[in-house]
Design a protein around this ligand. Structure first.
Ligand SMILES: [Zn+2]
Length: 339
C-alpha cells in the first residue's frame, strides 16, 4: 500500500489484501454503479469511469515503461494485462478499501491475487508527475515481488522493497527522522514483529521507515541481485528466516544485529545511497585501487546491469571504466604469473 508522506496511520484492511490475496472480490453498490471503460496499453488494462478519460490517458503514457523497467530489474514478468483501476470518488474507492475514509493518507493499494492496482484519483491531485509515477512503481513492485515469492513475502519486506524501488523524494528525509526518533526512544520493532501480520500498518511511522532501512542495509552490503534471490527463495522456504539464512549464509538473528549496528551510519547519511538511484561506487573503486581485480570484476558486472536498468549514466560510465581497469589488471597479473 502507498500512503502519503505523513504516515498518519495505515490500514489493517490492506494487510488482508497483502496476506490473503484475492480475498476481496465483492463489488459494492457504488462500484457496480460505475460503468468502467478500458484503455489498453501493451501491458495494462486501465479501467476508468466516465469523466476520467484524461487521467487514464495520463497513466497510459508511462505505465508500460514502469512495467518494463521493474520486470527487468527483478527479472520476473507478470502475466498481463495488469489491471489499473482509477477510482473517481472516495465513496467508490471505499467499497474496496473501507478504511480509506478514515485514513486520509491512503491513495492506492495493490491486490496481489487480482493483479490489480487501485488508485483513488482525487487524492493524487496534489502530487507531482514524479510522485504519481512513484506511486505506480511502489504498487507494481508489490505485485511483482508478491508473485516472485509465491505470495510468501512477509509484510515488512513487502513494504521495505516497494519503498526502496521508489525514486527518492521529499518524504525520504522525513522517514529517516522518524526512524531516528524511534531508535532514540527505544521503540524499534524486532524483525519478527515487523514481519508479523499487521504490525507495519498499525505502526506506520516506525514500520515503513524501519522496513526500508532494512532493505537498504541488505542491498548496500550484499547487492540488489541477492535481494531478488531472497525473494525468490521464499517460494520453497518454510519461512522468511530460513530464506534469509539460505540466501545470505548468515542466520536471520545475526543479520538483524548487523543491521542494528549499521543503523547509526544509515541515519547519518548512508540512507541516501540507493543502488537504483544513487549507486555508491566507493567500495568497488577501493577494490580496484587495492588490486582485487577478480572480485571487482564480478561485482562490477552486477553494478553495470543495475546502472543500465536504472539509467544512472554518469555512474555507469565510471563503472565501465573500473571494469576495464580490473580486466586489464587481471591480464597484467596473468602475464606476470606466466613470466
Ligand atoms: Zn506498500
Amino acid at each position: 500500500m502507498k500512503s502519503t508522506a505523513r504516515w498518519l496511520a495505515a490500514v489493517l484492511f490492506l494487510v488482508a489484501l497483502l496476506l490473503a490475496p484475492g480475498a476481496l472480490h465483492a463489488q459494492g453498490p457504488d462500484e457496480q454503479a460505475l460503468t468502467w471503460h478500458e484503455q489498453s496499453t501493451t501491458h495494462f488494462a486501465i479501467l476508468y469511469p466516465e469523466g476520467e478519460e484524461a487521467e487514464a490517458a495520463r497513466y497510459a503514457t508511462f505505465v508500460d515503461q514502469v512495467y518494463d523497467n521493474l520486470t527487468t530489474l527483478f527479472d520476473h514478468r507478470l502475466e498481463t494485462p495488469v489491471t489499473l483501476r482509477l477510482y473517481p470518488t472516495l465513496a467508490a474507492y471505499e467499497e474496496i478499501n473501507p478504511l480509506a475514509g478514515e485514513v486520509k493518507g491512503v491513495i492506492a493499494h495493490a491486490q496481489l491475487g487480482r493483479r490489480e492496482i487501485a488508485v483513488l484519483v482525487p487524492r493524487t491531485a496534489n502530487l507531482s508527475d514524479e510522485e504519481v509515477i512513484n506511486n505506480i512503481r511502489h504498487e507494481l513492485t508489490h505485485l511483482i515481488i508478491g508473485d516472485l515469492s509465491g505470495d510468501r513475502l512477509p509484510v515488512g519486506f513487502h513494504e521495505g522493497v516497494a519503498q526502496y524501488i521508489e525514486r527518492p523524494g521529499r518524504d525520504q528525509a522525513a522517514k529517516v527522522e522518524l526512524l531516528r526518533q524511534a531508535r532514540e526512544a527505544k521503540r524499534l520493532l524486532s524483525w519478527s514483529q515487523l514481519n508479523a501480520g499487521s504490525t507495519v500498518y498499525k505502526n506506520p511511522e516506525i514500520g515503513y521507515s524501519q522496513a526500508v532501512s532494512i532493505v537498504s542495509y541488505l542491498v548496500n552490503v550484499y547487492g540488489f541481485d541477492r535481494l531478488v534471490e531472497f525473494i525468490r527463495a521464499l517460494r520453497t522456504s518454510p519461512g522468511y528466516r530460513s530464506a534469509l539464512q539460505a540466501t545470505y549464509g548468515v542466520p536471520a538473528d545475526q543479520l538483524e544485529r548487523a543491521w542494528l549496528d549499521a543503523l547509526p551510519a544509515y541515519l547519518d547519511g548512508r540512507w541516501q545511497v540507493n543502488a537504483l538511484w544513487a549507486y555508491d561506487l566507493g567500495p568497488l573503486r577501493a577494490l580496484v585501487a587495492e588490486g582485487a581485480y577478480a572480485s571487482a570484476e564480478s561485482q562490477l558486472g552486477e553494478a553495470i546491469r543495475l546502472l543500465e536498468t536504472s539509467q544512472q549514466s554518469d555512474v555507469l560510465g565510471e563503472a565501465r571504466h573500473l571494469l576495464a581497469l580490473s580486466q586489464r589488471g587481471q591480464d597484467a597479473g596473468e602475464a606476470v604469473l606466466a613470466a
